[in-house]
Structure formats: structure tokens, C-alpha cells
Design a protein around this ligand. Structure first.
Ligand SMILES: [Zn+2]
Length: 242
């Protein structure tokens, strides 16, 4: 065997190994509808960790999945409320595919009537066992509200929904200013959307009271891609008592 033959064999063997690894890493991961809220949350956390570590699997994004979800309908594992910010792409940051997330995206991840209706569709009709309200660092909508920026068109109506969260953050820490205040207001805004959801939706209150649904919050870091998990709303028991 000549040196050329050996080299060719090595290249072919290398290609086979590379293709096998690629096929393995991109193998579709079964995404059955999770039975419990905690299982759904664990799937979201696992997917985010893969994205953070740079080992995303990009599952369920092919023709087989499209056909399957058209034929059998959608059974997403979570309803996720996120900001419209282009740096918070929900399927990507949770390493999920077609039919996996029921997404509600709106600037400032607010909980107005349309958003609450969408969440009710995701939880009652599609039976997602988890609702995640996900704010993010450096949120422009929250920053504009904190800075009382001059806004036009329909934007003041959006800012008005965020303003109570900023007031709450200011009241909780009157000394906070600048970036520190924005950071606290982003967290308060996630909690406000969760509170709005509980207050506006009897459907969500019932599902949570029955243990079929969990509503949790989080703040996504635009730079590291990691999530500060905020858990359930601290006043959830009070909301459910109404
Ligand atoms: Zn934002």
C-alpha cells in the first residue's frame, strides 16, 4: 500500500467518524408532552444549559417533525412569555424545535389582555404544564420606562404597563439608580406580568390550584445566555385565595 493509499484511507475514515458524530449529535430527541410541571421545567433548564455550553442539539427542526406536528397537532412542553428583543430568541436559547414552545413575545414581556388570552390558549387548550415569564438584561422597554424616555405612537400604552413595576422597584430600594435600578425593575416587571396573569385569569388560577400548571419567572442574560430562575411568584398563595 502506497503512502497515497494510506492517506486516502485516513481521510475516508475521518469523514466517516465525523459524519457519525454529526448524526449522533443531531439525532432527534423525543419531546413527549411532559407529565408534570417540574419535568417541563427540567427540559427547559437542560436545553438552556446545552445552549450556554455551546452543545445545542437543534432537535426537531426537520421535515419529519413538521409533518408529524401537522398530522398529530401541536403538544408544546411550555408556554413562554418573552420580550420581542431579537437577542432573546426563545427556541434557540432553550434548544427546542418545531412544536416545542408555545411562544408569546411582546416588548417588555407584559401581561395585557391579548397576552393573557394567548397564555390561556397555551395552558388550557394545549395543556402546557408550565408558563415561564422571561425578562432579560438590558431590556429597552424597561430602561425607557425607568428613564421616562419620550415615546410616541402606541408605545406610551406599553410603558404604562411596565411603570408600576418600576415604581415597585424604586419603593423597594429608594437608593437604587441607573443600571442597578433597571436591573431591579426588570425583575419586578417579570413578577408584575406573573401577578397580572393570576389576577386576570381564572383559568390559570384553577390550573395552578389543581397542580396541573406552574407559573415561574426568570431573567435571561443576553451575554452569557444563562438564566436567573426566579421561581414562583412570592404572593402566589394570595392570588390563588381570591
Ligand atoms: Zn426587552
Amino acid at each position: 500500500m502506497t503512502r497515497k493509499h494510506i492517506l486516502t484511507l485516513c481521510v475516508v475514515a475521518g469523514l466517516v467518524i465525523a459524519m457519525t458524530l454529526k448524526l449522533t449529535s443531531h439525532a432527534p430527541v423525543t419531546a413527549q408532552s411532559p407529565a408534570t410541571p417540574d419535568q417541563a421545567l427540567a427540559q427547559l433548564k437542560d436545553g438552556n444549559l446545552r445552549y450556554v455550553r455551546g452543545v445545542s442539539m437543534h432537535p426537531r427542526q426537520d421535515q419529519i417533525r413538521r409533518t408529524e406536528t401537522v398530522k398529530n397537532g401541536q403538544h408544546p412542553l411550555a408556554t413562554v412569555v418573552g420580550c420581542s428583543d431579537s437577542r432573546e430568541p426563545l427556541e434557540i436559547i432553550f434548544d427546542q424545535g418545531v412544536g416545542d414552545l408555545f411562544v408569546v413575545r411582546v416588548a417588555g414581556n407584559v401581561g395585557g389582555t391579548d397576552e393573557v388570552a394567548s397564555i390561556e390558549y397555551g395552558t388550557e387548550h394545549l395543556s402546557t404544564p408550565i408558563v415561564l415569564v422571561l425578562g432579560h438584561t438590558k431590556c429597552g422597554a424597561v430602561t425607557a420606562t425607568v428613564q421616562k424616555a419620550a415615546v410616541e405612537g402606541s408605545i406610551p400604552a406599553l410603558i404604562n404597563q411596565i411603570a408600576p413595576a418600576v415604581d415597585q422597584a424604586r419603593a423597594a430600594d429608594p437608593k437604587a439608580t441607573g443600571d442597578a435600578l433597571v436591573e431591579k425593575a426588570i425583575r419586578a416587571n417579570v413578577h408584575k406580568t406573573m401577578a397580572d396573569l393570576f389576577q386576570k385569569s381564572q383559568i390559570v388560577r384553577h390550573l395552578v390550584a389543581e397542580g396541573k400548571l406552574k407559573v415561574v419567572g426568570g431573567v435571561y442574560d443576553l451575554d452569557s445566555a444563562s438564566i436567573e430562575w426566579l421561581g414562583e411568584h412570592p404572593d402566589q398563595a394570595k392570588f390563588l385565595a381570591h
